[in-house]
Design a protein around this ligand. Structure first.
Ligand SMILES: *[C@@H]1O[C@H](CO)[C@@H](O)[C@H](O)[C@H]1NC(C)=O
Ligand SMILES: *[C@@H]1O[C@H](CO)[C@@H](O)[C@H](O)[C@H]1NC(C)=O
Ligand SMILES: CC(=O)N[C@H]1CO[C@H](CO)[C@@H](O)[C@@H]1O
Length: 358
């Protein structure tokens, strides 16, 4: 069965190397007075702030990037798109943001500047339109780790063109969010900066001016290493004329932060791994989102997830939300699967975390 080989082969293996982290953008003025009021409250007392919520409750939809070493692949054999009925099931649970995984090579075969494959783009657009027609956000997420056809992308001009061409398709849809790339890693830091800046420039050059963009960092975009890896010092200098950057970081709760174990290190490991990144966001007046997080279905992980989500919500002046890893039709009994309704996390995690979101 395709799912079995797919999940061990791709989604997880890259993570084994290590960690992730990420962040975001400016606070809408509307919210500003609320935030000031909240900050005042928080400083007068360490009172309970458990009523604070996160505005983005996200799910990673994974499958269209499966078989990722087979750059072409065939729909239904190497990869799959997402069942639109499951989108409705997530919406009913309060999920309002879908991070859509796909492969760059299937969209523009052989070259960053090639024309779009009509069918792959057709499927991506069908997903995006369905999600946004329901009022939810659709995150366009090339699941490429800063690579194209297996090689680190060094052609920043070509990367800008790739983004300009794709953003043009969605430029009038305000509910689309652009994720520059999934989990850059083992790359020159300046190149990671340059690729993020090229993506931002390409999106804006396409006339997509109202959408949020989420840069990701090197080192698998880990939150816990956002500062120590050098991502913070480098990516703080990204420029967006629209001032709508939301830095995207990833955070897993297992021993090596790879998202490959069911066990969580402790009941407070999630919040602990967010402290340095939260300070970076606040110090630099940036905004962030946790674009991937997960833990196994067990009491310690549930406690850690709740503690971390409360921490994020308590700091919702800088954190927009968090996106569970993952859903998709081919995950089978994968320990983190939140696919309705058979995924272990659908019944074991979702009911226990949804209260932290708006
Ligand atoms: C890639 O996918 C195609 C289409 O399913 C298949 O025929 C081919 O054997 C695959 N190649 C590899 C190397 O897996
Ligand atoms: C999705 O991809 C399949 C396989 O290439 C294709 O037959 C179908 O027409 C595509 N759907 C859309 C909406 O483009
Ligand atoms: C934010 C998030 O969860 N991203 C994940 C989405 O799915 C891919 C796998 O297909 C992961 O590698 C990403 O980390």
């Amino acid at each position: 069965m395709p799912w079995a080989e797919s999940w061990c082969r791709q989604a997880r293996i890259p993570r084994l190397h290590q960690t992730r982290h990420h962040r975001l953008v400016p606070i809408p003025t509307m919210l500003f007075s609320k935030l000031v009021a909240a900050a005042a409250l928080a400083s007068t007392a360490f009172a309970q702030s458990s009523t604070k919520k996160l505005k983005w409750f996200g799910i990673n939809e994974s499958g269209a990037e499966f078989g990722e070493k087979n750059f072409t692949g065939v729909y239904g054999r190497e990869y799959i798109w997402y069942d639109l009925k499951t989108i409705d099931q997530f919406l009913a649970q309060g999920v309002n943001h879908f991070r859509i995984n796909f492969l760059m090579e299937r969209l523009t075969p052989n070259s960053l500047t090639a024309a779009h494959d009509k069918y792959y783009l057709g499927n991506l657009t069908e997903q995006v339109n369905y999600i946004t027609s329901k009022g939810a956000y659709a995150m366009i997420q090339p699941h490429n780790y800063g690579r194209f056809l297996g090689n680190i992308i060094t052609d920043t001009a070509g990367f800008k063109t790739w983004w300009q061409n794709l953003a043009a398709v969605y430029k009038s849809n305000n509910l689309v969010v652009f994720d520059t790339n999934n989990e850059y890693h083992d790359m020159d830091q300046q190149l990671v900066f340059n690729l993020n800046q090229a993506a931002i420039d390409g999106v804006r050059a396409a006339g997509a001016t109202s959408q949020y963009i989420t840069p990701e960092g090197n080192s698998w975009s880990g939150a816990w290493t956002w500062v120590s890896s050098g991502n913070g010092a480098s990516l703080v200098n990204l420029k967006d004329p629209q001032n709508k950057l939301i830095y995207q970081m990833h955070q897993y709760l297992d021993v090596d932060g790879s998202g490959s174990h069911a066990e969580c290190v402790s009941a407070t490991i999630f919040s602990e791994r967010l402290v340095a990144a939260t300070k970076w966001l606040k110090d630099n007046k940036k905004q962030g989102v946790i674009g991937e997080f997960a833990g196994g279905v067990n009491d310690q992980c549930v406690a850690a997830l709740q503690d971390g989500l409360k921490y994020l919500a308590d700091n919702n002046d800088v954190w927009w939300g968090a996106m569970w890893w993952a859903a998709g039709p081919w995950w089978g009994d994968y320990m983190y699967s939140m696919e309705p309704t058979s995924g272990p996390a659908w019944s074991g995690i979702l009911p226990k975390i949804k209260g932290y979101f708006v």
